[in-house]
Design a protein around this ligand. Structure first.
Ligand code: B12
Length: 442
């Protein structure tokens, strides 16, 4: 069969003013360029599980709203497999409907399909709920024997020891300035608004380090000095695995970025290993540096008790030459316009190298969505295209939606101004030089 693995590329923000801030300010231009160019690891993984007798290709469909793109869709294919995040799902449905109208069999899977299967089923010959690997081989066999079923669901957590080699070789590697490798799935901190791999299967699992390194070697075959992003929810949640991974990575001489939590700052040996292993940046969900994080995480409020040592932790990590990208969630129930002054003060004194401001986002299928729906606080409950982490899709508790939007715009204006961005960069470099001089002097 001729199979097309189709990803909808790029990033999205619907609110024109937030978009303008998002793409115009220096900190963001840099980041959005980087972000916009990552392939779909989910589809590359399924391609890796597809037997060689099939003729497969990986295609990124740039903008489905462009008539020229929709008129010249890639193909022809016998089957297309389309991946889904919530913000682009309506585009995915347009794409799916077009292919089906042309007689192509359409399989839909991914996060949004898992969260809203009944809706997705209206646009596909078959949908896959949950992780793709456990059901993909059977689904392909059913396609060959024309016995395809409307739904496939994987319930058991997939053992990452069995993970196939993603087909990085299908990529036009010149399009990307980083590539992803997944080292774990899930996160033990079950945060209320988060909608990543934990929603595919709740069990936290790690991939054997040898497999991670083998994937890196495969990437190096097509890109000898790659920049890697670990597509994890929390790379160091299993500390022992994290140490083993770092031990193996040191010899690889690559630069990389990942997401983790602030507790890595307490593990000096791990930080030393991360530095040696080429860690360029860690993204850490600080949510709100005040006690307002109370309630965001559903397991013991661990994050709420961390803010007192955030500043010290950020310094410790950055003293290892690893920049911290502090991620703040705006619009929490406790937030009033005054909270934004407090967040700004924190950012200003934190010496954070990079800052990510996002708005609380009720993704379907999350505890946050259920709670806000129950409280009647969702604005346009199914405006999936606005689930971008920037657009405001709910009624905040302690301020109006417009006040939240304006406060966000004002804060972003300060945080991403050319001067402050430059100041953050310089601070980091100055501290690096200071530490180096101290080491030489000692
Ligand atoms: C890398 C990444 C990106 C990359 C690459 C995206 C891509 N095309 O895959 C970029 C930077 C482009 C990106 C963009 C965006 N992202 Co993003 N991203 C991630 C990140 C960090 C890792 C995703 C990943 O690679 N997972 C690993 C792979 C293996 O998992 P997977 O894709 O889910 O695939 C598995 C299954 O879902 C299934 N599957 C997937 N597709 C298909 C298709 C078929 C046919 C089948 C059968 C199965 C199947 O099988 C796979 C293997 O089990 C996650 C956060 C995280 N830590 O998980 C956020 C995350 C996925 N992103 C998110 C968001 C919000 C966005 C943006 C909307 C941001 C924006 N404002 O533009 C855009 C939307 C992009 C789009 N085109 O739709 C949210 C999505 C929440 C949701 N419910 O939709 C997440 C969870 C982050 C968060 N804060 O919550 N993102």
């Amino acid at each position: 069969m001729k199979i097309g693995f189709l990803a909808l590329s790029g990033v999205r923000v619907m609110d024109a003013e937030l978009l303008k801030i998002g793409v115009n300010l220096p900190g963001f231009v840099e980041r959005s360029k980087v972000i916009a160019s990552l392939p779909s690891l989910g589809l590359l993984t399924l391609a890796g599980l597809t037997p060689a007798n099939h003729d497969i290709s990986y295609v990124e469909v740039p903008d489905i709203n462009d008539p020229a793109i929709i008129a010249n869709l890639p193909g022809p294919f016998d089957v297309v497999a389309i991946s889904s995040f919530t913000a682009m799902i309506k585009d995915a449905y347009v794409l799916a409907d077009r292919y089906r109208a042309a007689g192509t069999c359409v399989i839909l899977g991914g996060l949004h399909v898992t969260l809203c299967p009944d809706e997705a089923a209206l646009h596909a010959d078959a949908i896959v709920i949950g992780e793709g690997e456990p059901v993909w081989p059977a689904l392909l066999r059913d396609l060959e024997t024309r016995t395809i079923k409307p739904r496939y669901q994987s319930l058991q957590p997939y053992d990452l020891a069995d993970a196939p080699m993603p087909r990085f070789d299908l990529l036009d590697v010149n399009r990307y300035n980083r590539l992803t490798i997944q080292t774990s799935r899930g996160c033990p901190w079950n945060c209320e608004p988060r909608a990543p791999s934990i929603r595919l299967n709740p069990k936290y699992r790690t991939k054997p380090v040898a497999k991670v390194i083998a994937e890196l070697h495969r990437i190096k075959e097509i890109w000898p000095t790659p920049f890697i992003e670990f597509a994890d929810d929390n790379t160091f949640a299993d500390r022992r695995h994290g140490h083993t991974l770092m031990d193996a990575l040191i010899a690889e001489k690559v630069r990389w970025f990942t997401e983790t939590d602030i507790s890595v700052a307490q593990d000096e040996v791990l930080l030393q290993k991360m530095e040696k292993a080429g860690c360029a940046q860690v993204l850490i969900g600080l949510e709100d540096p005040g006690s307002a994080t109370e309630g965001i995480e559903l397991k013991g409020n661990w994050k709420a008790h961390q803010h007192t040592h955030y500043l010290e932790s950020i310094r410790r990590i950055q003293d290892h030459g690893i920049t911290v990208n502090g991620c703040f969630v705006l619009g929490l129930d406790q937030h009033t316009p005054e909270s934004f002054d407090r967040i700004w003060d924190f950012i200003n004194t934190s010496q954070l190298y990079e800052v990510q401001l996002t708005v609380l986002t009720p993704f379907p299928g999350t505890p946050l969505y259920t709670r806000l729906a129950h409280e009647g606080r969702l604005i346009e409950p199914t405006a999936w295209e606005k689930r971008t982490l920037f657009d405001i899709t709910f009624q905040p508790r302690s301020m109006t939606a417009e006040a939240l939007r304006q406060s966000m715009i004002d804060l972003a204006g300060k945080v991403y101004s050319a001067d402050f961005t430059e100041h953050r960069r310089r601070q980091f470099v100055r501290r690096k030089i200071e530490l180096r001089n101290n080491t030489h002097a000692a």
